[in-house]
Design a binder for this molecule. Structure first.
Ligand SMILES: [Zn+2]
Length: 506
């Protein structure tokens, strides 16, 4: 699979600003709903971009406060009695956005007496949700675009072995029509307004020639030109984030057809109305980390991670079944070895709606403690996250087959995963909130890392590191039945909150 278009992500931002290391200031324009409004300075420091906190407050209409003692820098919106806040701490890579702790690549800092915020913080989905706008950074245009009216946030295309997929991502639920005529599939999104100007996408993979993107009086129009290998065309809308997905099958008999969700075919002739596919949570796969010849981490008193993860996973499965009436499957039910790729393979083949991998943490420092939860990304969000990912991935060496480890398949898998990044990140936020509230563990926050176990997941997937087995106190906790029950309660609660969030977003 190849991805033909990438959205500006923090990683790309890093690459872009890296080109400019010679300069330390860059004048950028602030564009609001398509109109250039003013210019502000972007500070470049160690290849990363920073905006002055005062400018960020101005641009997004926020109140701002700074406490020199706690070094807390707070942006505030709404009524003083119930404000929505984004809390930074100078020198800390953690930011709390509307109550949820997130990790940035860089920390806010003081430069020449003024406080600065990493640009990456304002282009996250969480920040966009707080300000109620789409925020887009373009290095090429040296522009920070803010769109309050736009509702089409991204258009991208992927080539898979057996089909080509075009995804149009929306920020609100909009009606759409679609149909096929003269080898062109037309999808019209009513009242669709682009958050930033999107360019046509050229694909030419034998299935799709290109996607022409245009605005009409009634909305946005996507014209997908088909090529010789194009087979059946299917189109559907999914929630959270709302997106219209157009799949064009590849007409090759010997190609192994991937199992896909059944989508209604595209009608020939005039455009027909599309509808939303309600994605209910019917099956959750719970993955007790490690097992068999792979014990995972081992605590100072000899507790083995594989035993704790199985015990917690069993409790989680039981509670989800009982409280939420959702079917659960464990990737292993006893102490045996299951290769990492088989764990997610199980979830994929059974069309699971959520994948939860359960682990316990370990660190060189015996004092390290707390709860953290991860979702998968191409790059680890920090050095520590990378270390955790490496530790969990090290079991790869124990697996006989290394077929899945080629560079190419790694890239393919990370791209597949990207489609569920938003859902996974949201599920992580609920896990973090619920587990911290229930257990009182130290909150290490939501992180991203490249976990092998979650790669290739065709559903939202998270990995929880419940507590530190390498910490004597937490080792004792992890062995306690009531603590394990508490964690299971919290995870169940998080799934229930996530389910509610999904339906609210429809
Ligand atoms: Zn583990």
């Amino acid at each position: 699979m190849q991805k033909h278009r990438i959205i500006v992500s923090a990683a790309l931002l890093f690459i872009c600003t890296a080109v400019l290391s010679a300069q330390d200031k860059l004048e950028i324009s602030v564009v609001r709903d398509g109109r250039p409004e003013k210019t502000v300075e972007l500070h470049l420091l160690k290849k990363m971009g920073y905006l002055q906190a005062r400018d960020v407050a101005d641009i997004f209409g926020a109140g701002i406060s700074y406490d020199a003692d706690s070094k807390e820098l707070v942006l505030k919106w709404g009524e003083p009695a119930s404000p929505v806040e984004v809390k930074f701490v100078i020198g800390s890579e953690y930011v709390v956005i509307d109550g949820i702790k997130r990790k940035m690549m860089k920390s806010p800092r003081i430069i020449e007496g003024h406080s600065y915020i990493p640009l990456e913080a304002v282009i996250t989905r969480a920040f966009e949700a707080v300000v109620g706008a789409q925020v887009h950074w373009s290095y090429d245009k040296r522009a920070l675009s803010i769109s309050y009216k736009g509702n089409i946030s991204d258009v991208r295309a992927y080539t898979y072995d057996s089909y080509t997929r075009v995804v149009v991502e929306l920020t609100q639920d909009l009606e759409y029509e679609y149909g096929e005529k003269d080898r062109t599939v037309t999808v019209k999104i009513k009242n669709g307004v682009f958050t930033v100007p999107f360019e046509d996408i050229s694909i030419a993979d034998g299935v799709v020639e290109s996607v022409a993107i245009a605005a009409s009086g009634e909305g946005a129009v996507f014209s997908i030109g088909l090529q010789d290998d194009a087979g059946e065309v299917k189109v559907m809308k999914y929630p959270s984030p709302v997106r219209v997905v157009i799949d064009i099958e590849k007409k090759i008999k010997e190609a192994v057809q991937e199992k896909k969700e059944a989508l209604p075919p595209v009608p020939a002739g005039p455009l027909k109305k599309g509808k939303m596919e309600l994605k209910d949570i019917k099956l959750i796969v719970i993955d007790p980390g490690h097992g068999g010849k792979d014990p995972g981490a081992i605590g100072p008193r000899g507790t083995r991670e594989k035993d704790i993860t199985l015990s917690i996973a069993e409790k989680v499965a039981r509670k989800i079944k009982k409280d939420l009436k959702i079917r659960t499957i464990l990737t292993r039910t006893h102490d045996y070895f299951v290769p990492l790729s088989e764990r997610i393979g199980m979830a994929n083949s059974k069309n699971a709606d959520i994948f939860i991998s359960i682990h316990t943490n370990a660190a060189m420092n015996p004092k390290s403690n707390g709860f953290e939860v991860y979702f998968l990304s191409g790059d680890a969000s920090d050095r520590e996250a990378e270390a955790v990912a490496n530790m969990e991935n090290s079991v790869m060496a124990m697996e006989e087959s290394s077929a899945g480890t080629t560079r190419l398949s790694k890239i393919l898998w990370s791209l597949t995963m990207n489609q569920f990044m938003n859902e996974s990140s949201e599920l992580c936020s609920f896990m973090d909130k619920c587990v911290i509230r229930k257990t009182g563990l130290v909150d290490r926050g939501v992180k991203q890392a490249g976990f092998y176990v979650m790669k290739g997941a065709r559903m939202p997937a998270v990995l929880v590191e419940v507590a530190f087995l390498s910490n004597k106190k937490e080792e004792k906790l992890l062995n306690s039945d009531s603590f394990q029950e508490g964690v299971a309660d919290a995870v169940t609660r998080a799934v229930s909150d996530y389910k509610r969030w999904l339906t609210q977003n429809e």
